[in-house]
Design a protein around this ligand. Structure first.
Ligand SMILES: [Zn+2]
Length: 263
């Protein structure tokens, strides 16, 4: 399912069982930028007619499996693949390990997945031009150390990856929560932001950022929010794990795990 969210900007969603994941496409006359390639090369099939023979650039919001496994489904030629420096590092550590584990656990299901490593990295900020649009990439660590957000000022569009989601984000035990909250606060108060596009949960306005901020501040203050809305099994477990954020416990792999948050 493809939805147009602004001039030259589209989103698509795929169901992964426990949750859905969303990616975006920014299109101009000669170029496209793919924001996250989702979980499998076939997840990119819907973009192909919109891409046509345009040059493709790929941006990874972070290196969790459900955002990067679909890259081989794109007409890459000599495409630039952008990610945070820490995102590229993960392609030498947990990224291939997670794919191996998945391929062993579910033979045949992930054979088409080819890992495509970022060939352009940045630390704090990077700007990608797409004809009449600009995509500003900003580091926003918290969900993972390599997490970034993408802002299109001409459209007021903020692509969040997993830096914000509904009903609440996935918080690893070693998350730099103070930095995460500060980053989200800056965007929540930026009057240019009109549309907020998380990878998980509905799109909307800056109310999504405010809701994530209330939740994260609760963890930070040692007074976790009680979540009133009914939760799926994934988010029930995620909340349980998130609430223990400040308690020392064994380090697990960064980000969202294929078998749920506790992996
Ligand atoms: Zn995700």
């Amino acid at each position: 399912m493809i939805e147009s969210i602004a001039a030259g900007a589209f989103v698509t969603e795929v169901a992964l069982g426990e949750y859905d994941v969303r990616g975006a496409l920014l299109v101009d006359a000669a170029r496209v930028v793919v924001w996250d390639t989702l979980s499998h090369p076939r997840d990119m099939a819907g973009w192909l007619p919109l891409i046509g023979d345009r040059d493709v650039e790929v941006v990874y919001s972070h290196a969790d499996w459900d955002h990067i496994w679909g890259t081989a489904g794109l007409p890459l030629r000599n495409a630039t693949i952008v990610g945070h420096r820490a995102c590229r590092e993960r392609f030498g550590t947990d990224v291939p390990r997670t794919l191996c584990e998945r391929q062993r656990a579910e033979p045949g299901k992930w054979d088409e997945v080819t890992l495509v490593v970022p060939n352009a990295v940045f630390d704090d900020k990077m700007v990608v031009g797409i004809g009449s649009m600009t995509l500003e990439l900003h580091h926003l660590p918290g969900h993972t150390t390599d997490a970034i957000v993408g802002f299109v000022p001409e459209r007021g569009l903020l692509l969040m990856g997993d830096a914000a989601e509904t009903p609440f984000p996935v918080v690893p035990p070693d998350s730099p929560l103070v930095e995460w909250v500060a980053g989200l606060e800056r965007w929540a108060h930026d009057p240019r932001v009109r549309t907020v596009v998380p990878a998980h949960g509905p799109t909307g306005g800056t109310d999504i950022l405010q809701k994530n901020l209330r939740y994260l501040r609760g963890l930070l203050d040692g007074r976790p929010l009680t979540v009133a809305e009914p939760l799926t099994e994934f988010y029930r477990k995620t909340h349980q794990a998130n609430v223990g954020w400040a308690e020392p416990r064994p380090i697990r792999a960064p980000g969202r795990q294929p078998n749920g948050p506790v992996g």
